[in-house]
Write a protein that binds this ligand. Structure first.
Ligand SMILES: *Cc1c(COP(=O)(O)O)cnc(C)c1O
Length: 234
């Protein structure tokens, strides 16, 4: 089991290196976020002992338990956010990738303890325009940015996307390229802001995401293995 995790980490690392090389980008321009949802703290500790520093979680209660065990790691919240659950997110994470409404950003800023330093946030973009997915539309983002940037305890670092799934590299690149364009346009429109982050790329589209400028790739399955969701007893 544990050897599995370490060889998975090596394989993912090799894929990132290869993709960076193919894209003509330095390896340091991409951060690996290990998505540990549903996986035990012991698996997280194993990857941490091999040098992995940043971990992503989707489910708040589960995340808080792991953070309590491993507070020295860098924790990123990447899951859907209910507005009545923002306080523990503001208090326990270094980054939030899934800010999909202005109200959520306002609450996170208000509830961020000043002693923790600024909370890094990304605005989630519904880049494929899917009804079922949350996130801002591309057309409203320029209007939202100044409102988010004005919040005192947050720092807006960029954008996150979960594009519609495809197994074809060229198809995968289309929405990811749109995200790269968005970042470039918003960097030009708001040169005073530290917009430097694109969180995109998962186990199946890591290569396409790095070709299109991802700076954080979020990898779960290919690091930890398939997720097993426990069934509730009847
Ligand atoms: C689960 C999850 C991932 C990891 O996806 P894999 O396909 O398992 O690599 C990445 N991002 C988000 C937002 C997720 O919920």
């Amino acid at each position: 089991m544990s050897e599995h995790l370490l060889s998975n980490l090596k394989n993912v690392e090799a894929r990132i290196e290869h993709a960076c090389h193919a894209a003509g980008r330095p390896r340091e321009s991409v951060t690996l976020l290990a998505v540990s949802k549903t996986k035990p703290a012991s698996d997280v500790a194993m990857l941490a002992s091999a040098g992995q520093k940043a971990f992503g979680e989707n489910y708040l209660q589960e995340a808080l338990q792991k953070i309590a065990e491993l507070p020295e790691l860098e924790w990123h919240f990447i899951g859907p956010i209910q507005s009545n659950k923002t306080r523990p997110i503001a208090e326990n994470f270094a980054w939030v990738h899934s800010v999909d409404r202005l109200k959520i950003a306002e609450r996170l800023s208000h509830q961020r303890p000043v002693a923790q330093g600024l909370l890094n946030i990304l605005l989630e973009i519904n880049v494929s325009g899917e009804e079922s997915k949350s996130g801002f539309s591309l057309s409203e983002i320029a209007e939202i940015i100044p409102q988010v940037a004005a919040l005192p305890n947050l720092v807006l670092r960029g954008f996150m996307a979960i594009p519609a799934a495809s197994t074809d590299l060229e198809q995968q690149r289309i929405p990811l390229h749109r995200m790269q364009q968005l970042l470039l346009e918003m960097q030009q429109a708001f040169p005073e802001l530290p917009l430097d982050t694109l969180s995109m790329g998962m186990s199946n589209d890591l290569e396409a995401a790095i070709l299109e400028g991802a700076t954080i790739v979020r990898i779960g399955t290919d690091l930890f293995g398939a997720r097993e969701y426990k069934k509730k007893p009847e």
